[in-house]
Write a protein that binds this ligand. Structure first.
Ligand code: GLA
Length: 731
């Protein structure tokens, strides 16, 4: 049983295959967090709760003369607020005549089978045959009238717990929520490190590791999207935790908007971690009888380091989060026109690129930005989703037919959430964008953001996108979003509700995606936000792959893909071979290396093959063949990071191993070469120690144990930026 309740000890136990999560109802009715870690036998954990009379830590009224119980130090599942716990709370609110306290007590629980759908938002689904159970615990605060429903969906075989929170107003006054965290995780000590993934446009998801220290360390986004700057994923780990050993806990927020993750070391050196919607600028009215659903978080524990933690997330995201039928279908190798032509194209140019692409073995041709409205650069046209006949004289339908005749599928770029001031849409509906009355709107990339908190705007977008999809035979859509939100004020809401706009925007976006993306399951959707600015778990529910970064430089990509791989599977990372000197960094790397790095994700091209030499074309042809031959291994194999590019400056390596361990691919790129260089070795992972393997192109056979404990030499003939792929087969 994944979920158990021990009535004597008043304890809830959630078991996955390898982990246990334990909560307890305190003698005063609070829900305490007792344990999350390695799977436990049935055992009384009360001894872990050390209560004492602590100065300046107040005691709840119901504790009477018991001074040893204070919410200021007991570990809680969902904290109280302004009721004697001075740590960063799970909730903040204003109710009735201005009361701001909340103290929820356990009022009941139920266990249901399966994982319930999260209202209006993405979440994990259980697959047929999976023994998923959900525990729901109700916390009541009769004074404010607000109830909190905590839901824990336990994916036993997947080793994850999906947590969500719903606030229900049972009172007779409106409640204004100012903070509602999706998960609070209280640790009894704080001798931990935090790992998070931060960066900027063109350099997303860099790994950062810091020690927990006094005060609150928080990361987050207030940009309207989950952002290039911080990813909504965090790991708490033991100090000595590494790739293959040590305990670590992952928290992934299934949300694409403003978020916050905070880690607070309290006065008694305990750690509290909160994750949820960013409370900055957020408020939401919950009227009597109504409820507010906070996004889901996916929690995972690993006792064998980050590598295992990542593999847990990869599997559950691929199998239980992605909804597209493409999650286990072979996806096409594509060529995207962006770096090939930018805005400078017409139909003839696209067809000449396509002709060469088909000759390389490309399956899908994608026409990027610039095909619609008046769009010769990025100053106009967004919002007018009608083909630009000036540029595409034959029109999109004929163009698509021509491409199909060549034997390729056809895809287009869209950026539905945006509008250019120089567009028919803006001229018709200037009030449809986010902007404060009387204040000129801040521009980003010279464009404004449509107000997706409005249903009429969303319905318009559903229609506009559906008509794009009906315009021609379209099998792929790149769904972009190219600026951060400012002035999140909506003409449709009154003063009291303006704090809801950023969240309503995301709900609107999910609504549009539900209507367009889930209604077109045969179309492969790729997410994008200036590359990886909205690379979050929620997006994977709609779009099985995301353009990982606008940076196609193979060496920078090693770090970007490395950081991304901590939470997100290879099958989600779109990665393309582009030309050199690279358009973002000016760096020159061998074509072979660019291919190897792009095969660290969903492989494709971002270049103009009409400008390639016959030798280069032959090389690309080989790359496509190699990728297709090993497609399942690359995209679904267990993923192992062999080096950390922040520590090993000389080379970066990673490895995929088939689930049965019979086949493996090792990829390696030299990042720094010295004269008369040291012989370096790379230790492989995930193989069967007792079995022998052959390495394609190498003589002899090698025991799995030796390959893992002594490794293989990095071939000395590899020069700076040189790379190699090795296929291993069990013999
Ligand atoms: C964003 C994307 C790019 C490209 C451009 C087009 O920056 O990330 O790949 O599609 O928009 O304007």
């Amino acid at each position: 049983m994944a979920v158990r309740y021990n009535a004597d000890a008043k304890t809830f136990i959630l078991d996955t295959e390898d982990s246990s999560y334990v909560m307890k109802v305190s003698r005063y009715g609070n829900l305490l967090h007792m344990y999350y870690g390695e799977k436990l036998p049935d055992q009384e954990l009360d001894y872990l709760l050390t209560l004492a009379d602590r100065g300046f830590s107040p005691n709840p009224y119901e504790a009477g003369s018991d001074r040893t119980f204070s919410l200021d130090f007991v570990p809680q599942e969902f904290s109280t607020c302004r009721s004697g716990d001075y740590r960063s709370p799970s909730i903040e609110l204003t109710w009735g005549r201005g009361g701001m306290a909340f103290s929820g007590k356990v009022a009941g629980y139920e266990v249901v089978s399966g994982a319930e759908k999260i209202q209006g938002m993405p979440g994990l689904r259980d697959l047929p045959g999976e023994n998923t159970q959900t525990l729901k615990i109700l916390l009541e605060d009769p004074v404010s009238g607000l109830e909190i429903e905590l839901a824990y969906a336990v994916f036993e075989e997947k080793n994850v717990i999906a947590r969500s929170v719903r606030a229900i107003n049972r009172g007779d006054h409106g409640v204004r929520l100012e903070k509602l965290m999706s998960a609070t995780l209280d640790f009894r000590d704080s001798d931990y490190d935090l790992l998070y993934f931060s960066g900027r446009h063109l350099m997303e998801r860099g790994l950062r590791r810091i020690g927990v220290s006094d005060g609150v360390h928080s990361i987050g986004s207030s940009r309207g999207a989950s952002s290039h700057q911080y990813n909504p994923f965090m790991i708490v780990c033991e100090k000595d935790c590494g790739e293959d050993r040590g305990q670590c806990w992952g928290i992934s927020l299934v949300y694409s908007g403003n978020f916050r993750m905070e880690a607070e070391k309290d006065q008694f050196s305990q750690l509290r971690v909160n994750a949820g919607i960013n409370p900055d600028g957020f408020s939401f009215w919950v009227e009597p009888g109504e409820s507010f659903q906070a996004p889901q978080t996916v929690l995972a524990w690993s006792g064998e380091g980050f590598g295992n933690l990542s593999r847990i997330y990869h599997r559950v995201f691929r199998e239980n989060l992605c909804r597209s039928p493409y999650r286990n279908r072979i996806r096409p190798v594509l060529l995207n026109s962006w770096e090939a032509a930018y805005f400078d194209f017409d139909d003839e140019k696209l067809l000449s690129i396509a002709r060469e692409a088909v000759d390389l073995g490309v399956d899908l041709f994608v026409m990027d930005d610039g095909w619609f409205g008046k769009r010769d650069d990025d100053n106009s046209g967004l919002g007018d989703w009608k083909e630009n006949r000036g540029k595409l004289k034959m029109g999109v339908r004929r163009l698509s037919e021509e491409i199909h005749r060549m034997g390729m599928k056809f895809g287009v770029w869209v950026e539905p959430e945006m509008v250019s001031e120089d567009s028919d849409l803006y001229r018709l509906h200037p009030d449809w964008c986010l902007r404060e009355p009387g204040r000129p709107a801040v521009r980003g990339r010279n464009q404004l953001v449509l107000d997706l908190s409005r249903r009429d705007v969303c319905d318009y977008l559903v229609e506009a996108m559906n008509s794009v999809l009906d315009m021609a035979q379209i099998e792929y859509v790149k769904w972009d979003m190219n600026r951060s939100l400012t002035e999140t004020w909506s003409g449709c809401l009154d003063r009291e509700h303006q704090g809801e706009v950023a969240h309503r925007y995301i709900l609107g976006l999910y609504y549009v995606m539900d209507q367009v993306i889930l209604k077109h399951p045969e179309v492969l959707f790729c997410g994008c936000c200036g590359g990886g600015g909205r690379y979050d778990a929620a997006m994977l529910y709609y779009q099985p792959q995301i353009w990982c970064s606008d940076n196609t430089d193979a060496v920078n990509r090693l770090k970007i893909q490395y950081g991304t791989s901590f939470a997100y599977p290879v099958s989600s990372m779109e990665a393309h071979v582009s030309v050199c000197p690279n358009h973002q960094t000016g760096r020159v790397t061998p074509l072979a290396t660019r291919g190897i790095v792009a095969m660290g994700g969903m492989f494709g091209f971002e270049l103009d093959p009409t400008r390639m030499s016959p030798e280069e074309k032959a090389e690309c042809r080989d790359q496509i063949q190699f990728y297709k031959k090993h497609y399942r291994l690359i995209t679904e194999g267990d993923y192992y990071r062999l080096t950390n590019p922040y520590e090993n400056l000389y080379f970066t390596a990673w490895q995929q191993v088939s689930r049965d361990k019979k086949k493996s691919l090792v990829s390696l790129v030299v990042t720094e070469k010295e004269g008369n260089d040291a012989q370096r070795f790379v230790k492989l992972k995930g193989l069967e120690a007792e079995q022998f393997y052959q390495i394609e192109g190498w003589k002899g056979k090698f025991s799995g144990r030796v390959l893992m404990s002594a490794g293989i030499p990095v071939p000395a003939e590899l020069n700076q930026y040189g790379g190699i792929q090795l296929i291993l087969k069990m013999v």
